[in-house]
Every structure is written in C-alpha cells, then in structure tokens.
Design a binder for this molecule. Structure first.
Ligand code: DX5
Ligand code: ZN
Length: 226
C-alpha cells in the first residue's frame, strides 16, 4: 500500500441536486477526503450527468479536492477547462483515449493529478505501459454510466494484479474503486490493496450519510497481518 490511510470520495452523482449546497456542506464537514465528480457525455456512456456550470458551483463551495471522473469521448478537448473549473484530479478512461500517454502528461502539465479509469472488461494488463506515469488508476467495479449498480466481484482480483504490477515501478500509485462500494465490501477492497473508495448511493441514500462516511473512513486494517 502506498499510503497507510485510505481515502473516501463520496460521489456527488448520488446527491440531491435540488439541495446540492447542503450535500456539499455535509461532505465538507465529514471525514471524506475528496469529492468524486462524474461527468458523462451521453456518448462514452449512455447517461448525461452535468457540465461546467454545476462543476463550478460545486468548486465554489467544496473545501476538499475535486476528483473529476470523465466518462466522455476524446477528453483531451476539455482538460484545461476542467482544471480551470477546479479539478484537482482528472481521470480519463483508457478506452476513450487514443494517445493515453500524451493525455496523462497533459493533465500533469496543468498541475493536476492524472487518473486513468478502466471499464470492467478491460484487463489490468492494458495498463502496463502507463502504470509508472499515472497518479491514480480507477478500476471500475460497475459498467460506468449510472450509480446504484451491483459491484462486480472480479474487481478484487484486478486490484491484486494492479498492485503487483505497480510494485517497484510506482509504489505511490493510488488504486481507486468506483461502483457498488459500501460498508459491506469496503474492508475487503482495502485489504485487497485499494487506496481510494468512491461511494455514491452507499453514502447519499444512507439514513445517516455522515455516519456512513465515518464508518468507511474508520475501517482499521492494522489487524490485517495480526
Ligand atoms: C458510475 C460512476 C460512479 C457512481 C458510483 O458510472 O462512475 O462514480 O457515481 O455510484 P455508486 O457508489 O452508487 O455505485
Ligand atoms: Zn465515477
């Protein structure tokens, strides 16, 4: 593990957009580390989420880094605009980039952390040539496009494969898991080698979102090797 303390990134996609301000305040006051922001274009994925005006409104109120997950085709067109809008991490999909190495460099040149996301059908081996240059790899544990889907179990194996692949080449790599994550599987994911847990419905549909974030953040792995 590159860091002993894992990160929690609530996904704003599952927030109540009619009272977004309150949900942002909740995350600000919680133990969460990042805001996870899902941008969908209706092409790379079926769904359309929201664009720059909403992102800028979130950035104005958010007191934690914005982890922007671009589920859009040809994301190079918009990298600078996302950086300007307040992104700290910009994650592009491997499947959406023809020149991924160049895209990663472009994100870093903007002063952002570079993330690469892979769909469930994409093998970890496809990341071999970029594992040294990415700051974050986001393993999708659902097919992207919608919140509230069922977690895909093969993700555990992919985490282990990726951690082994990164060992000695990029020990600081953050492995992020996105989709179907909640209190039921968070500990197992961290034990497998995950560093960042994205949680949408598990947080915002919970009776007590604040307490759910605290539970996810409070998972103690020190007994792992006991
Ligand atoms: C799915 C998005 C996820 C989504 C996760 O395409 O990338 O970030 O918001 O939602 P849950 O945690 O509800 O599966
Ligand atoms: Zn996401």
């Amino acid at each position: 593990m590159p860091n002993t303390q894992h990160l929690i990134a609530p996904s704003v996609l599952a927030a109540d957009f009619a009272r977004l301000s309150q949900d942002i305040a909740l995350v600000n006051e919680s133990q969460a580390d990042w805001f996870h922001i899902d941008i969908m274009d209706g092409l790379f994925v079926l769904n359309i989420s929201f664009g720059f005006p909403v992102l800028e409104a979130i950035a104005k109120e958010a007191k934690k880094p914005l982890d922007v997950h671009l589920m859009i085709v040809d994301p190079d067109r918009y990298l600078e605009q996302f950086q300007q809008a307040g992104a700290a991490v910009i994650t592009v999909h491997l499947e959406a980039c023809n020149h991924l190495h160049r895209t990663i460099q472009a994100i870093k040149d903007l002063g952002c952390q570079a993330g690469v996301a892979v769909n469930p059908h994409t093998p970890v081996s496809a990341l071999y040539e970029i594992v040294e240059s990415a700051d974050v790899v986001c393993l999708m544990s659902v097919n992207p496009g919608f919140g509230g889907q069922k977690f895909i179990e093969s993700t555990y194996r992919k985490i282990q494969e990726l951690r082994a692949m990164a060992a000695g080449r990029n020990d600081d790599l953050l492995i992020e898991i996105d989709g179907g994550v909640g209190t039921h599987n968070a500990k197992a994911l961290l034990q497998a080698g995950a560093d960042v847990l994205v949680a949408g419905n598990a947080v915002f549909a919970a009776e007590d979102p604040m307490a759910t974030i605290a539970t996810l953040k409070g998972i103690d792995l020190t007994q792992k090797h006991a």
